[in-house]
Design a protein around this ligand. Structure first.
Ligand code: MG
Length: 387
């Protein structure tokens, strides 16, 4: 029995993780659920899964949560500090990090320090603090298993290849809803259009990131830290059908790819069961019904964010942190129509280029870079006409 803490349980990955967990009552037990502010859903989840503890990060909702769970033997907490506190419990084997954005960094670090294995969906944490996370994981003998479908694919392709040299990897990208748009048209796209992803069901932040290709940019940096690769060993190709989830190219010229339907429950079940494959009754991909799989080059003039991510990866230090912070502000502003679609990369690049460089940032340096980058990003949006 694996005992789980699910951080961000009311989000898209969180709810799909609970869907997976429900299918294996003899294999998994939910001990901790945490949510940012969706108190109603957290209450509903707590009633079904009867965890040891729940945490609502936004403290305004504490009283409602406490009152409505008063009849159950569930410990109720509030605040971001409480998340770190509850995952330190002895009874937890694995932490599913499914919260969105930089705010996931501290809890993930805390979980690693407590020796908990991590199923990582919160890619921003690795983008910002990859070196720190990897050093800590090594020190504490912790496994970090990717939940991101592309990285799960690469991990699956690398199974049994420990001694074999990887030449490069190819991450696949669906291309999102704007794959065929001209640059001119991209200046005028609306949040509603960006939120309509053709293949994947995901949360808002990652759906906008997918439309702008920042998601793939974050994944390039994430791949560096997961698989210890140099920037030139990581390439991206557009694959609109989202059936091949990534490729690994080996030194002998052979290429392995991992395939499956675009359903996040597949990488989730692989991460939870790792290194074993659990039997599922999820829909199967029918090879006979698929008459073509296609691949295209990414146009980085159109999707500047991908080029920015490579630039951040090359520079290293705290620059990916600045890029991520600016992007988090950009996505929020885009959803509120305070910035246009093409204004996002413009703003992010300005913030990156004006960041005070720190070669080997510590946790506090990253928090300071994040804080300042957000302030500068908001100032930029206020001052400039970037709609
Ligand atoms: Mg992905």
């Amino acid at each position: 029995m694996k005992r789980l803490a699910i951080l961000g349980s009311t989000g898209s990955i969180g709810t799909q993780t609970l869907d997976v967990v429900d299918r294996y009552p003899d294999k998994f037990k939910v001990e901790v659920l945490t949510a940012y502010r969706n108190v109603d859903q957290l209450i509903a989840q707590a009633k079904v899964h009867k965890p040891d503890s729940v945490v609502i990060v936004n403290e305004e909702h504490y009283k409602v949560l406490k009152d409505r769970l008063s009849g159950l033997p569930v410990k109720v907490y509030a605040g971001i500090e409480a998340v770190s506190h509850v995952i330190a419990q002895k009874g937890i084997d694995m932490v599913v990090a499914a919260m969105v954005g930089f705010s996931g960094m501290r809890p993930v670090i805390k979980a690693i320090e407590q020796g908990k294995d991590i199923a990582l969906a919160n890619k921003e944490t690795l983008v910002v603090a990859g070196q720190i996370i990897n050093d800590l994981a090594k020190k504490h003998g912790v496994q970090i298993i990717p939940v991101d479908s592309e990285h799960s694919a690469i991990l699956q392709c690398m199974a049994g290849e420990a001694d074999n040299q990887v030449e490069k990897i190819t991450l696949t990208a669906s291309g999102g809803p704007f794959r065929r748009h001209s640059v001119d048209r991209l200046y005028h796209v609306k949040p509603e259009e960006a939120l309509r992803h053709p293949n994947w069901i995901m949360g808002k932040k990652i759906t906008i990131d997918s439309a702008s290709m920042m998601n793939k940019g974050l994944e390039v940096i994430e791949a560096k830290w997961f698989f210890d690769l140099r920037p030139e060993q990581i390439e991206v190709v557009i694959h609109p059908q989202s059936i091949i989830h990534s490729f690994v190219h080996f030194a002998d010229g052979s290429i392995k790819a991992q395939m499956g339907i675009p359903d996040m429950r597949l990488p989730i079940v692989y991460a939870l069961g790792y290194p074993h494959r659990l039997t599922t009754d999820l829909p199967r991909f029918n090879i006979r019904e698929c008459n073509k799989l296609t691949f295209e080059e990414v146009d980085t003039k159109k999707f500047r964010n991908l080029a920015l991510a490579y630039k951040a990866l090359e520079k290293g230090g705290n620059i990916p942190c600045a890029m991520n912070a600016a992007n988090e502000v950009a996505v929020e502003a885009f959803l509120k129509k305070d910035i246009g679609f093409m204004g996002m990369p413009e703003m992010i690049e300005t913030i990156m280029d004006n960041t005070w460089f720190i070669q080997k940032p510590g946790i506090e340096d990253l928090e300071e870079t994040d804080r300042l980058s957000r302030i500068r990003a908001r100032e930029y949006i206020e001052k400039m006409d970037v709609r």
